[in-house]
Design a protein around this ligand. Sequence first.
Ligand code: PEP
Ligand code: MG
Length: 313
Amino acid sequence: PPAALPGPFAGHGQTSDGFPVALLANVGDPRSTSAAVDVGAEGIGLFRTEFCFLDRTEPPSFDEQVTAYRSVFSQFPERKVVVRTLDAGADKPLPFLTAQGEPNPALGVRGLRTARHTPSLLDDQLRAISAAALGTDAEVWVMAPMVATAIEAAAFAERARAHDLRTVGVMVEVPSAAVTADAVVAACDFVSIGTNDLAQYTLAADRQLGELAELTDPWQPALLQLVELIGAAGRRAGKPVGVCGEAASDPLLAAVLVGLGVTSLSMSARAIPAVAASLAAVSYDDCQHLARIAVEATDPADARRRARAALGT
Ligand code: PEP
Ligand code: MG
């Protein structure tokens, strides 16, 4: 049996006054999936399918994909599993899909953009996800990475629905999608904010460069202002807005994100108990107050300092 967990996490994230915030896990390989089961994650908020096929030179067959996806779905009966279609390119090259020699791979043909030259692979994947879901009780949602426009979001949603996938969303990790959040949200059933890439593209700072880590800090007010736009669009439309980047695993920032309108948080499994404990200690009003402080701060250090001071910690 799993070791006893710190904090009050008992399967459902919520604030002290009962506002529900689903606490989900990010998974990619079998080990991260069993960690998510052990910690009692409410579901999977980001299944990085590219991690199943990183060392391949040929695309995985339909059957291989069904097996890989079903092995995750079967461990989350009656729970939500958000499957992300292949996010190939930039920091996650897939030899069978990613173009070689682009001058700026992070700005190149990555994520959903690979369907421009290889649409059959996206259709195969959607078909495989749909088939894998059929044999299990998991509540399977699907989303696309690197979506820049509402037109792309609508095209993806149409394609996924053609494969009988009912709940279709997109990641918001490109600033243009955040700025046009109302239209992007209208084009699908939910959105999930990828703060790692959204920070990279908003601050024009490579997420892999430690030297620029202060710019890609998830407490950057510019990033949080974009999260606020997306949260507000989700509230207006009455649709879920998740965060599945690193930001979700920072216990204090988690409260800020909830105050900005985020309704679920997905993170590496080991971060869930501390985030659960942090949310259980604040009310929804506190979250909104912390959110105001953070978006109005001058820089990440200022934002953290003021948020901690507001909580008296
Ligand atoms: C993100 O960009 O924040 C994200 C969750 O996706 P990835 O880190 O896989 O690019
Ligand atoms: Mg990303």
